[in-house]
Design a protein around this ligand. Structure first.
Ligand SMILES: Nc1ncnc2c1ncn2[C@@H]1O[C@H](COP(=O)(O)OP(=O)(O)OP(=O)(O)O)[C@@H](O)[C@H]1O
Ligand SMILES: [Mg+2]
Length: 585
């Protein structure tokens, strides 16, 4: 495709894209009087290291500093690259800014005679993201979402972070926060609820947050649970590994949760650990959680108590030695007493830790059957992958069952080993989604238009069904009155819930630029499209190369599309003009 002058149009150019983003503003309290006191050079000397500190906090949390505003910063999370957990990352950055500044404040005071504090405001929502001056130029975000973040920052108490209601909703259960009141904000007709961010809930996942808020009644998945039950029985004779694979929201964590309830009374010893999006920076993250859980070490416990717990646990497994104790203390991020790891450098400590984790598991398996649950392997660090690889390689007769979950984009090296069964979670059938809606709303009957809309949009994804229901309720399109559902079809918003926008956009962003361009073109045409039309809109060769082999879920239209079959593209004459242009699953 080309423009009027015949120049080929690059479909990947970001000339302006509406995106779900999280915006953070940080600003120094009392900057005017500070700069009056210090003069220009003095202010510059003061602000330089503070900028550096704030930039580092934003960068380490996965955001980017869009602007330095004289006495503060504006940072974006989720643009230009979408991040499914952008609001949580912004919260992490805000807390780091306050903590690091507080840690440096005495030093700053000694140098400059002032004790600076920041105010931070965070908001999430849609904004237009564009590159100033075209592709390659600086990225900027435009829209009301940005303005509200700035206003919240101005309202925040010194040394605190204020969250908008939209951000609060997206991080609920993952952070500790408190309502800081309702505020009238310039430019907003209605008063806004504002929340003060107090801290992060360490290790909390979206599923933990869902447990806290109340899970939907479990529907379907009988076949999968049967398979897990059978594997548990078989594991008494030898190793079994169940590799649970599905796209986000399909119910991997929930399946493990349900299975865990079932095995609770079966005298199996349960070890559970999760990988996290930032976990690749923490070696052995899921095993840290496993060691904490199995040695009963609580967060924040005194180092002496932790060392005692670890020593007792090693004793029980017949593995007590000064070095092993030192390795475990070190694994939990504490400083081992002098001498325990004498003569070991970082590399050796890593290698011996791998050995020890393997030995610990083997020793535990000699005592009883062990069920090991590892969540979100797609985020695993390389050390954890190696430990798992060795466990799966070497535990042929150990009476161990390993259940791990992952998204399809990651494939573990051991997936084709004989003891490994891959369990692909297919989308839930329409009947199960219908029951999920009914049970969640607590009603006997559903308006057909509501059932149809949710089933169609959710495409068998339980998370999508839940989020769409919450979204419709929040927007006033769905109400339960005396046990009956009132659904205002016309009032139902066409937009996606914010919680799903980032999830979908993050997946689209991971595609190669040309694939993304093709996908955007398809999304513009609509839910159903003719591959020939797409080939014209995008690039015939590209479309042909991808035909029939690529399946994408398109953000914004919830479509799982296959770009025609090879046959329909190579023999366009075979196609009936009004026939289906893509195959639904
Ligand atoms: N069969 C089901 N019945 C009822 N609710 C379900 C079912 N499966 C999943 N859910 C609910 O859907 C939501 C998403 O499920 P879950 O967190 O298990 O997805 P996931 O596959 O682990 O996603 P991710 O890859 O993002 O971790 C949860 O609130 C969960 O309770
Ligand atoms: Mg999960």
């Amino acid at each position: 495709m080309s423009d009027a002058a015949g120049t080929p149009l690059d479909p990947t150019i970001l000339s302006g894209e509406r995106r779900q983003v999280t915006v953070l503003f940080a600003d120094m309290v009392g900057f005017t009087s500070i700069s009056e006191r210090l003069g220009e050079e003095g202010t510059f000397a003061l602000i330089q290291p503070i900028y550096a500190l704030m930039s580092a906090a934003v960068k380490e949390s996965g955001g980017f500093v869009k602007d330095f505003t004289g006495d503060g910063i504006m940072a974006l999370f989720g643009a230009p690259e979408a991040l499914e957990d952008a609001p949580l990352r912004a919260c992490r950055a805000a807390l780091a800014i306050h903590e690091r500044l507080a840690a440096a404040v005495s030093f700053i005071e000694a140098l400059h005679g002032v004790r600076p504090q920041m105010r931070v405001g965070i908001n999430s929502g849609l904004a237009v993201i564009t590159h100033i001056g075209g592709e390659g130029g600086p990225v900027t975000a435009i829209g009301d979402t940005v303005n509200l973040a700035s206003r919240l920052q101005a309202l925040a108490e010194p040394g605190t972070t204020y969250l908008s209601e939209a951000t609060q909703r997206l991080v609920q259960g993952l952070v500790d926060s408190a309502l800081a009141g309702e505020q009238t904000i310039k430019g907003k007709t209605e008063s806004q609820k504002v929340y003060r961010l107090n801290g992060l809930r360490q290790g909390a996942t979206r599923f933990d947050a869902a447990v806290g808020l109340g899970l939907s009644t479990y529907v379907g998945r009988e076949r999968e649970l049967d398979l897990l039950d059978r594997a548990l029985a078989e594991a008494r004779a030898g190793l079994r590994v169940i590799d649970i694979v599905a796209e986000p929201g399909m119910g991997k964590s929930r399946l493990l949760y349900e299975f865990r309830q079932r095995v609770a009374d079966k005298q199996s010893f349960i070890l559970a650990g999760s990988c996290s999006p930032d976990g690749q920076q923490t070696p052995f993250l899921p095993f840290i959680e496993i060691v904490r859980g199995s040695f009963r070490v609580c967060a924040g416990e005194d180092e002496i108590v932790v060392a005692r717990q670890l020593a007792l646990g090693l004793d029980a497994l017949g593995l007590r030695s000064p070095e092993n104790l030192g390795l475990l203390i070190n694994l939990l991020g504490l400083k081992p007493p002098d001498g325990l790891l004498a003569g070991l450098d970082g590399v050796l400590i890593g290698l011996r830790t791998r050995d020890l984790l393997h030995n610990l598991l083997e020793a535990r398996c000699r005592l009883s059957q062990v069920v090991m649950l590892i969540e979100d392997l797609h985020w695993a660090d390389s050390g954890s992958q190696e430990v798992l690889d060795r466990i799966i390689e070497g535990s042929a007769n150990s009476g161990l069952i390993v259940l791990h979950t992952r998204r399809p984009e990651y494939e573990p090296s051991w997936r084709n080993k004989p003891d490994v069964t891959t369990l692909l979670l297919e989308p839930l059938p329409a009947g199960d989604i219908r029951r999920l809606i009914q049970l969640r709303l607590g009603v006997d009957a559903l308006p057909e238009s509501l059932a149809r809309q949710v089933i169609e949009k959710a495409e068998g994804n339980a998370l999508f069904a839940e989020e769409i229901l919450s979204f419709l309720t929040e927007r006033g399109a769905l109400r339960i009155i005396d046990g009956n559902v009132e659904f205002g079809d016309a009032a139902a918003p066409a937009a996606l819930p914010a919680s799903l926008q980032s999830l979908l956009t993050a997946r689209v962003d991971r595609l190669a630029p040309k694939d993304r361009g093709l996908l955007q073109a398809a999304a513009v045409i609509g839910r159903r499209f003719n591959p020939q039309l797409l080939a014209v809109v995008a690039d015939a060769e590209d479309a042909r190369a991808r035909s029939g082999s690529t399946r994408w879920r398109v953000g914004g239209v919830f479509v799982q599309a296959r770009f025609g079959s090879r046959r329909s593209l190579s023999k366009p004459a075979d196609q009936s003009p009004r026939g289906p242009a893509f195959e639904d699953r």
